[in-house]
Design a binder for this molecule. Structure first.
Ligand code: HEC
Ligand code: HEC
Length: 323
């Protein structure tokens, strides 16, 4: 045997032993990951079959009680990754809980899901690599977009609602002159939010508002130091919203000041409401919104699916992009 072929034999030896090892592993029950339970998920109520089919195909494996695993998902040690993704995915978002959600929360979930697809974050890349057929196609994405636009059509601008728009734009300043009452849960208005860092902007055409999202110093520092899961006590977000007016030429501009909302992190103090204090002031005269119960249940119901991000929608990377 010449030198060359001995070398080749040796180089085959290692992969062969590894391969044999992996085969043996498959038959050892105690090295398997605990397999996840799969219970058939109901179609999402009030959602057309076509839309259901796309979400079921691309998302349900990790985001519902129904996980159709293939034989290759069950190979040790791959099964650890697969089961881990499913457990984490279900914890972050579970379409099987659809029936327990109010309509605004459902709309929100669908929007959020579409955004994750458009951003290329979902389905997870490692999953699409193995399950290429389950990846939403261009056509699936177009169908989802069209459906969401129909589900929550852009509301036409109602001139009755708008006062003089210049005055409205300045209204947060005007507000300082009025005495603002605390929310029913005792949370006081924080006028300084306008000096905080702006971390995001959103336009919700389903309810015709434009929103600016601000973060206080503690929240900004936490983002910079990547200490956001969970957010530290003292972090505060403010979201200020204006009515948006759709002008005749198709442009949008801000109309009347609509409301400002706060989320104040204090894990201990606000233990009963996901670790955050929730408060909202409506209208130019900043009227405290709702009763104590409404402030907790209404706000937390919608934010609850964001458990993975400590209930905050706005993605910290936006801040880094804007810096
Ligand atoms: C292979 C499993 C897997 C598949 C398939 C998958 N996801 Fe996810 N998804 C995850 C995991 C794990 C997380 C949470 C981890 C994270 O935030 O990084 C997540 C997070 C999310 C979140 C954010 C939830 C939150 O609270 O932050 C959304 C929205 C989402 N997925 C939507 C989708 C949609 C829509 C699809 C289908 C197009 C999909 N996912 C397919 C595993 C998956
Ligand atoms: C219908 C669902 C829904 C309800 C109800 C809701 N929110 Fe939100 N909230 C959102 C969404 C979506 C965002 C992300 C920004 C955006 O799109 O406007 C958000 C963002 C926020 C933010 C900015 C930080 C973040 O999470 O991104 C604050 C502060 C906030 N909400 C406070 C409140 C308060 C206070 C209440 C109750 C009075 C409330 N929210 C009720 C959906 C909701």
């Amino acid at each position: 045997m010449n030198h060359q072929s001995v070398k080749m034999k040796r180089s085959l030896y290692v992969p062969l032993v590894l391969f044999a090892g992996i085969i043996v592993l498959q038959f050892l029950p105690f090295v398997r990951a605990d397999s996840v339970q799969s219970v058939p998920a109901k179609p999402l109520a009030g959602v057309p079959e076509e839309i259901n089919a796309i979400l079921e195909k691309s998302c349900f494996d990790c985001h519902s009680s129904q996980s159709n695993l293939s034989w290759y998902d069950k190979i040790v040690p791959l099964d650890y990754f697969v089961n881990g993704h499913i457990a984490k995915g279900r914890a972050a978002l579970d379409f099987s809980k659809w029936d327990s959600l109010e309509n605004p929360a459902r709309n929100n979930l669908l929007y959020y899901s579409l955004n994750k697809i458009l951003e290329g974050e979902m389905p997870l890349k490692s999953y699409s690599y193995i399950h290429a057929d389950n990846k939403p196609t261009e056509n699936d994405i177009a169908v989802l977009k069209r459906y969401l636009t129909e589900r929550t059509p852009r509301k036409a601008f109602d001139p009755e609602l708008v006062l003089d728009s210049n005055e409205n734009l300045n209204s947060p300043k005007a507000v300082e002159k009025i005495i603002v009452a605390a929310n029913a849960n005792g949370i006081e208005y924080i006028p300084e939010y306008k000096d905080w860092k702006l971390i995001s902007f959103s336009d919700r055409f389903d309810n015709a508002t434009m929103r600016l999202i601000y973060a206080n110093d503690i929240a900004v520092k936490a983002i910079e130091e990547n200490r956001v899961k969970p957010w530290p006590d003292g972090a505060i977000f403010a979201k200020a919203a204006w009515k948006s007016r759709s002008n005749a030429d198709g442009t949008l501009s801000t109309g009347e000041f609509f409301q400002v909302e706060f989320m104040i992190k204090d894990a201990q103090k606000f233990k009963s409401s996901l670790g955050w204090g929730w408060a909202r002031w409506r209208g130019k005269d900043l009227k405290p919104y709702g009763g104590k119960a409404i402030l907790t249940t209404e706000c937390t119901n919608c934010h609850k699916p964001l458990k993975e991000n400590d209930y905050v929608f706005t993605k910290p990377f936006l801040l880094k992009n804007l810096n």
